[in-house]
Design a protein around this ligand. Structure first.
Ligand code: COI
Length: 355
């Protein structure tokens, strides 16, 4: 991967690393951050020189537009370490493109490739000790951009801050995942921002998800806002349904995030001869399949969650438990995907990029 040129980035290194204080065996997702962060501002119509500096809080004016109008977007990526201690990214160009598509939808400036990908390359070189070897270990990468321009006029900011922070990670969900099928609340609507990785899409899910949590469910499978009949995505993950031996996942749309894990699993399934259909499953079809025994698996797919089986779902007053399957499609696909990510299998797709 091309690096940003050294004279185009300021690097201020931390005095003493905090890495030895971290218990890498017991990581709760997204709580610990590495020693450095990348910061780059957009102001006066231009991107400024990026800086890599010690991870620390920073001041923002209380009238900054991010606080009032939610102009904020992010990405989720991971770095992996192979057996020879080399660090790899997985399809970083896809995250870069999606980030800028999100920026455009949120009336924010697009981030140049040398700042996003070049800056990421540079900070990962500095933080490579934080990427631990072994399947299941990764360094979660969170690039994000916020509107830091001041004033409570409801209009786009003219000053933005792009940042990259890094967090050592193991799994996202610590236990079994049971879901509720949405009947009333919606994650996104046509013409809205569902396809953008906008912070507000996640905040809007917190209340319905909290209600689901109170009932013992971890997530919601969102349905289309107009009819609540089509199964769409799970908010932190795209979703796949296996009915008999056919795997279904909804097509992307203005309401569904174009997940990198989702599209990689589709490509792997096609390569491996799995009967995969990019087609919406109706709630009625899911209920029918659950009742007649043809529903074999439901799983979520996302960068943070990787491939996560769903053990049961509730709809209205009924709860359906998924059968326990040996050699599930979820585990086969997860293995094939992670073998590529950790360089344990040949990457015939050309998805992995060395740092
Ligand atoms: C990811 O999978 O990286 C995401 O951005 C989802 C987030 C809620 C953790």
């Amino acid at each position: 991967m091309d690096s940003i040129k050294r004279n185009e980035i300021d690097i201020v290194k931390i005095g003493a690393s905090k890495i030895n204080e971290v218990d890498f065996e017991n990581l709760a997702f997204g709580n610990i951050f590495t020693d450095h962060m990348l910061v780059c501002d957009f102001k006066d119509g231009n991107w400024q020189k990026p800086t890599i500096k010690p991870y620390e809080p920073f001041l923002i004016d209380p009238s900054a537009k991010v606080f009032h109008y939610g102009q904020a977007i992010f990405e989720g990526m991971k770095a992996y370490k192979d057996e020879d201690d080399a660090v790899w990214l997985f399809r970083p160009d896809e995250n870069f493109k999606r980030f800028n598509a999100s920026a455009k939808r949120m009336a924010m400036p697009e981030v140049p490739e040398d700042i996003f990908l070049g800056g990421l390359n540079e900070i990962l070189k500095i933080e490579k000790e934080w990427v631990k070897k072994g399947k299941g270990n990764s360094l979660y990468i969170r690039p994000f951009m916020i509107a830091v321009g001041t004033g409570v006029v409801a209009a786009p900011s003219s000053h933005y801050r792009f940042m990259i922070i890094l967090s050592p990670a193991k799994s996202y969900y610590s236990g079994e995942v049971k879901v509720v099928i949405a009947e009333h609340f919606s994650r996104a609507a046509n013409g809205g921002i569902g396809a953008a990785k906008a912070a507000g899409n996640y905040a809007a899910q917190f209340y319905p998800t909290k209600l689901a949590n109170e009932e013992g469910f971890q997530q919601i499978i969102w349905t289309d806002d107009a009819t609540h009949t089509k199964l769409e995505e799970a908010g932190t993950m795209n979703v796949f349904f296996r009915i008999n031996d056919t795997l279904f996942t909804a097509p992307t749309s203005e309401r569904i995030l174009d997940g990198v894990t989702r599209k990689s699993l589709i490509a792997i399934a096609e390569r491996d001869g799995i009967d995969i259909k990019v087609q919406s499953v109706l709630v009625s079809e899911l209920l029918e399949a659950a009742k007649n025994g043809s529903l074999k698996e439901i799983f979520g797919a996302g960068t943070a969650a990787v491939v996560n089986p769903i053990v049961g779902f509730s709809y209205k007053d009924d709860y359906f438990e998924l059968p326990k399957i040996e050699n599930s499609m979820a585990s086969q696909l997860k293995d094939n995907l992670t073998n590529i990510q950790y360089k344990l299998a040949e990457d015939t797709f050309g998805w992995t990029v060395k740092i």
